[in-house]
Design a protein around this ligand. Structure first.
Ligand SMILES: Nc1nc2c(c(=O)[nH]1)N[C@H]1C(S)=C(S)[C@@H](COP(=O)(O)O)O[C@H]1N2
Ligand SMILES: [Mo]
Length: 301
């Protein structure tokens, strides 16, 4: 059997080649096209807009269920079983439903969505996600007018997730959005990255991604989506309410109590390259600033 060097077979290489090929034969509207939803690619144009490598995206992670070190999720999640998997959508809806991950993935075709992820810790990556608008899934269950917020719940499985044996966070991991944030077209149900199925360490089989908020708002491995009347308390709010607010919009003008949020380190650029300026709403202000026009974002951090 021919041995391949790791660098020859990375999905990143295959992916970039395929994307070039698709461009060269002019399939402008294919699912891998960046132009399907034009606004998706704005937002980090002032910054380096190179995709972060597949290796960095899949080996430098935050996923406390598998440990608190950046390399722990890659090391500890490879055996995590994601089949069978079901997601329940319930609460203030007309038609509560439980769907398997496979059903969700086949019901709602995924498209490529290149978004920047800005972690509250002060680093960022540009990731070619695969996914679809959360609003499509929510519309399937007919959300009631009484639903003002959405709560996301990640899986609780301490036998498989060693990190859940320790009270680092209040398990299961919980996050939430206001209903208009959840319905915004760039709020994404992620099914993959680099044109492939989502790796376990990035939140397989399904995770949420909210481009204009700090990374912790984007819950991984979700099993429940609950429509509720009152603002939910997320795991991070519970652990440190002074540091982590419900909104957590990326905002260079509002410091974390222990560090500034004005700049960020681009993962993959090497430790000597200069930090870049953090943009309001992570650069997605044209799309989402109107959601907050009457709000004091220092108070509602
Ligand atoms: N269930 C769960 N979801 C989570 C986390 C976590 O620890 N558990 N970490 C969050 C944080 S802090 C970040 S920055 C992103 C990281 O996503 P990535 O590892 O795919 O880059 O996932 C978020 N979602
Ligand atoms: Mo984060």
């Amino acid at each position: 059997m021919k041995k391949y060097k790791q660098s020859e077979i990375t999905p990143e290489k295959i992916y970039k080649k395929r994307r070039k090929f698709i461009k060269s034969i002019g399939l402008g509207m294919s699912s891998l096209s960046l132009s399907t939803i034009p606004f998706l690619n704005k937002g980090y144009s002032q910054n380096k807009n190179e995709l972060t490598s597949y290796e960095d995206i899949t080996t430098y992670n935050n996923y406390y269920e598998f440990g608190t070190g950046k390399g722990d999720p890659f090391k500890n999640s490879q055996e995590f079983v994601t089949k069978p998997w079901s997601v329940t959508i319930e609460g203030e809806v007309d038609n509560p439903i439980t769907l398997s991950a496979e059903e969700i993935i086949s019901l709602f075709p995924s498209e490529e969505r290149v978004y920047k992820l800005r972690c509250v810790e002060g680093w960022s990556m540009v990731i070619p996600w695969m996914g679809f608008s959360l609003s499509k899934l929510l519309n399937k269950v007919s959300v009631k007018n009484s639903a003002k917020f959405v709560e996301f719940e990640s899986i609780y499985d301490p036998l498989q997730m060693k990190g859940q044996k320790y009270p680092v966070l209040n398990w299961p991991y919980r996050e939430g959005l206001r209903i208009d944030e959840a319905m915004h077209p760039i709020t994404t149900v992620v099914t993959g990255l680099y044109g492939k199925a989502l790796p376990n360490q990035n939140g397989a089989p399904l995770r949420i991604f909210v481009p204009w908020k700090y990374g912790f708002k984007s819950a991984k491995a979700i099993v429940k989506i609950k429509l509720v009347e009152n603002m939910p308390t997320s795991s991070w709010m519970r652990s440190s309410p002074r540091e982590y607010g419900f909104y957590s919009n990326v905002n260079p003008n509002v410091s974390h109590p222990r560090w500034s949020q004005a700049t960020e380190r681009v993962i993959g650029e090497g430790i000597f390259s200069p930090r870049i300026e953090t943009e309001m709403f992570n650069g997605y202000g044209d799309e989402v600033a109107n959601l907050y026009s009457d709000m004091d974002l220092k108070k509602n951090f």
